[in-house]
Design a protein around this ligand. Structure first.
Ligand code: PBG
Length: 323
């Protein structure tokens, strides 16, 4: 049937009808809020490149968690900002490290919040790369050892989910084996299976005080000119036992998200990264766009492309407008 018998606008004249026929829903339970935790007490230091986001000491992380739960946002992803760094990122393995302590405190107070932890070395190395440098290269296999120990130490502290973001080959299997050997077969791995070398991470590096001497991560993160390679990354991680695939960045990569979701029967999370956040903040500060409406449109587009959930710095500010 075609026009004039068919008129697609018939289903758009009334909000209730529009709501009935919509096929994409965004709710607070789809959102994961990133938290940057630092040493000290009563610290709430705004991140210059990300207005509205903060480096928080553990006491303030606890307050943020209470606020999140009160808005029905029940998942966080933690990033540590250690006071000391070293050549190999070994500070991340310290059982009394900043993230480990944060997890313990959060879990003591708030047992039900899902604590996902980013596992990577870049916040902990003096050079800012995601792994151990050998002969001028980020050495894959020695980095795996650090990641495995980091993951185990974080789970020992009470982390619910491990999210490796380093892009070393074989890390899902490596971490899975270590967790299983330690009787942690119930702990899921959400891998950043598909992580592009992206300029959209710029504000995050400022947020986490990552050394920017080397910002080129093209020998391990993917080239944004590459599409089919994402399928291989997903396939390999699935074979290695990944539970959920994270795709990052999100906004310029919805084609990749759709492709992965269409091909594999596995939950997928979109990471609405720092650069996407900061662009929106800058434009709304200038009053060039309507902030709340635009954020909801962007996050809904990620769900529409196939995301089961979204990691987003916008979680708190839009929570009052969602179900
Ligand atoms: C690495 C990591 C990065 C982000 C999350 N985990 C930075 C990078 O790979 O360069 C970026 C997140 C964002 O930009 O919001 N640990």
């Amino acid at each position: 049937m075609s026009y004039p018998k068919t008129r697609l606008r018939r289903l758009r004249y009334n909000k209730a009808i529009r709501d009935l026929v919509d096929d994409t829903n965004l709710s607070t339970t789809d959102l994961i809020y990133p938290i940057f935790v630092c040493e000290g007490k009563n610290i709430k230091k705004e991140i210059k490149s990300m207005p509205g986001q903060y480096q928080l000491s553990i006491d303030n992380v606890l307050k943020t968690c209470d606020e999140l739960v009160s808005k029905n946002i029940n998942s966080i992803i933690l990033f540590g900002i250690p006071s000391k760094k070293d050549e190999e990122g070994l500070v991340a393995i310290d059982n009394n490290g900043i993230v480990q302590r944060a997890i313990k405190e959060i879990k003591k107070k708030n047992k039900n919040i899902l604590v996902i932890v980013d596992v990577c070395n870049c916040q902990y190395t003096t050079h800012g790369h995601c792994g151990t440098i050998k002969d001028g290269d980020v050495d894959n296999d020695s980095t795996l050892k650090n990641l495995g120990s980091q993951a185990l130490s974080l789970v020992n502290a009470g982390a619910d989910v491990i999210a490796p973001s380093d892009m070393m080959d074989g890390r899902v299997k490596y971490i899975r084996d270590i967790l299983d050997k330690s009787n942690y077969h119930k702990i899921p791995i959400f891998s950043y299976s598909i992580k592009y070398a992206s300029s959209f991470y710029g504000p995050f590096r400022n947020a986490t005080d990552i050394s920017t001497n080397f910002t080129d991560r093209k020998t391990y993160q993917m080239s944004f000119k590459s599409s089919n390679e994402a399928l291989r990354e997903a396939e390999m991680d699935i074979k290695e036992g990944v539970d959920v695939i994270i795709i990052k960045p999100a906004l310029s990569y919805l084609d990749i998200l759709y492709k992965i979701k269409s091909k594999y029967n596995i939950p997928v999370i979109a990471y609405n990264v720092s650069g996407e956040y900061s662009m929106l903040k800058a434009a709304s500060e200038k009053k060039w766009i309507k902030s709340k409406e635009t954020i909801i449109e962007i996050l809904t587009s990620m769900k529409r492309a196939g995301a089961n959930a979204i990691i987003t710095y916008h979680a708190l500010e839009v929570s009052d407008y969602l179900n």
